[in-house]
Design a protein around this ligand. Structure first.
Ligand code: HEM
Length: 407
C-alpha cells in the first residue's frame, strides 16, 4: 500500500491510509511533489510547538498552489496580490503577533458567548423553515446558512448577499485546495473577482463611516499611529477574505460530519438524544473523529530530523491533523466514535500560536445547531448511503446530507 492523498479512495475515506502511514512511513515524502507528510500525533504536535522551524509560510505556499497537489490562486490579478499580502494564517513571529492582536479581542470566549441569542435565533429560523417537511438536506438547510449568516453579521456585511458569500468562498476554497477543478477555472476566477469587488466596496464604506463590526475594527487599524497594531490596505482585504472563508466552510463541515457520524452510529445518537448534556462532548468527539480540517502546511526553515528522517530546509510539510486525531498511540480506541469519551484535547483546531481564532464561535454554532436539531427532530436517519465529499484536499465534509426525521 502507498498513500496518495489525491486518490478518490483516500478522499472518500482517508483513515486506512493514515493508519498505514503512521505504522509504516510516519515521515513520508509524497511523490512527485516533494512534500513531506507527517501523520503521528507526537510528531505533528512537536512541529506545531516549533514554529521557528516549521514556518506557516507553508500555508501561503499551499494557498498559492506551490505544492503542485492542488489548484492555485496565484494569478496576475488582484487575488494573487491579496494572497501574497501578510495574512494571519501564513505569517510567523512578530508579523503574526501584530495581526492576531488586531482581531483577538473580537473572538474571546466571553465576546463569543454574547452571540448565543443571535445564533439561537438564526438556527431556529433555519429549522423552522424545514421542520414540518420531515425531510431536509442538512448541509443546504442548516450547516451552510447558520455559519454564513453569523460571519456576515460579525463582519458587518448585509444579509442579502449570503448566497453569493457561499458561492465566492466555495470558489476560493475549491480553486486553492481542490484537486478536480481545472474545468471550472473561469467560473472560479469570476467568483473571486466579484468577491473582491464586493469587499473593496464594503471596506471603503467603513473607511468613510466606521461602526462596531469587524471590518470597522480592521479599517481602524489601518495605519494606526498610536502604537497599537496596524494593518496595510491589502492586509485588511486579505483578513476579510480569511475570516469569511475560515468562518463558514469549516463549521459547515463540522455540523455535517457530526450528523454523518451520528447517523452511522445509531447507538451514539440514542445516547445523545437521551442526554442532551452530552452535546458539547459530542462536538469535541466529532472534531476529533472526522476533523473538518484534515491537514495544514508548514515549511521548514532549516534541515530538521523528524523521527529519524531528515527533512531538508525549505521543504513543504503536510501535517495530517485528521490522522493525529486517530492515532492509537495517543488515544486508545481512536477509531471508535464515542460521545461519552473523556477527551483531553485534540488538534482539530490546530495547536500553539496559530490555534484557531474562531474555535469558540465554531463550538457555539455547532452546539446550538445540534441542540436545536435534536430537540425538534426525532428518529433522524440518512436517506442515502453514499456520500459525496467536497472537493478539497485539506477540508473534509459532505456536499449534501439528505435526512429523514419525525417532526
Ligand atoms: C469547526 C470549525 C473550524 C475548524 C475545524 C478550524 C480549524 C482551524 C485550524 C486547524 C487552524 C490552524 C491553522 C494552522 O495552524 O495553520 C485554524 C486557524 C484559524 N481559524 Fe479556524 N477552524 C474552524 C472555525 C473557524 C471560524 C468559525 C473562524 C472565524 C472566525 C476561524 C478562523 C480562523 C483563523 C483566522 C485562523 C488563523 C489563526 C492564526 O493563524 O493565528 N476558524 N482553524
Amino acid at each position: 500500500m502507498d498513500f496518495n492523498p489525491l486518490s478518490p479512495e483516500a478522499r472518500a475515506n482517508p483513515y486506512p491510509g493514515y493508519e498505514w502511514l503512521r505504522r509504516e512511513a510516519p515521515v513520508h515524502e509524497l511523490e512527485p511533489f516533494g512534500v513531506f507528510a507527517l501523520s503521528r500525533h507526537s510528531d505533528i504536535l512537536a512541529a506545531l510547538k516549533s514554529p521557528e522551524i516549521f514556518s506557516s509560510s507553508g500555508m501561503r505556499a499551499m494557498m498559492s498552489g506551490q505544492t503542485g497537489m492542488m489548484g492555485s490562486t496565484t494569478e496576475p490579478g488582484r487575488m494573487g496580490q491579496i494572497t501574497q499580502a501578510n495574512s494571519l494564517i501564513s505569517s510567523d513571529g512578530e508579523i503574526h503577533d501584530r495581526l492576531r492582536a488586531v482581531v483577538n479581542r473580537g473572538f474571546t470566549p466571553r465576546r463569543i458567548a454574547e452571540l448565543e441569542p443571535r445564533v439561537r435565533k438564526v438556527t431556529a429560523e433555519a429549522i423552522d423553515s424545514i421542520a414540518s417537511a420531515g425531510e431536509m438536506d442538512l448541509v443546504r438547510d442548516l450547516a451552510i446558512p447558520v455559519p454564513v449568516r453569523m460571519i456576515a453579521d460579525i463582519l458587518g456585511v448585509p444579509g442579502e448577499r449570503l448566497r453569493d458569500f457561499k458561492r465566492w468562498s466555495d470558489a476560493i476554497i475549491e480553486s486553492a485546495t481542490g484537486v478536480g477543478q481545472d474545468d471550472r477555472a473561469r467560473e472560479h476566477f469570476k467568483a473571486r473577482e466579484e468577491f473582491l469587488a464586493f469587499f473593496d466596496r464594503a471596506i471603503e464604506a467603513r473607511r468613510k463611516s466606521p461602526g462596531g463590526d469587524l471590518i470597522s475594527t480592521l479599517v481602524r487599524a489601518e495605519g494606526a499611529e498610536d502604537g497599537s497594531p496596524s494593518l496595510s490596505p491589502d492586509e485588511v482585504l486579505s483578513f476579510t477574505v480569511l475570516l469569511l472563508i475560515a468562518g463558514n466552510e469549516t463549521t459547515t463541515n463540522l455540523i455535517g460530519n457530526t450528523l454523518l457520524a451520528l447517523t452511522d452510529h445509531p447507538d451514539q445518537m440514542e445516547k445523545v438524544c437521551a442526554n442532551p448534556g452530552l452535546i458539547p462532548n459530542l462536538v469535541e468527539e466529532a472534531l476529533r473523529f472526522d476533523s473538518p480540517v484534515q491537514a495544514i502546511f508548514r515549511q521548514t526553515t532549516r534541515d530538521v530530523d523528524v523521527a529519524g528522517t531528515m527533512i531538508p530546509e525549505g521543504k513543504l510539510v503536510m501535517l495530517l491533523l485528521g490522522s493525529a486525531n486517530r492515532d492509537e498511540d495517543w488515544l486508545p480506541n481512536a477509531d471508535r466514535f464515542d460521545v461519552t469519551r473523556e477527551l483531553k484535547g485534540h488538534i482539530g483546531f490546530g495547536f500553539g500560536v496559530h490555534f484557531c481564532l474562531g474555535a469558540s464561535l465554531a463550538r457555539l454554532e455547532a452546539r446550538v445547531a445540534l441542540e436545536t436539531l435534536l430537540s425538534r427532530c426525532r428518529r433522524i436517519e440518512r436517506t442515502t448511503e453514499t456520500v459525496e465529499w467536497i472537493d478539497s484536499l485539506i477540508l473534509r465534509g459532505p456536499k449534501s446530507l439528505p435526512l429523514r426525521f419525525d417532526a
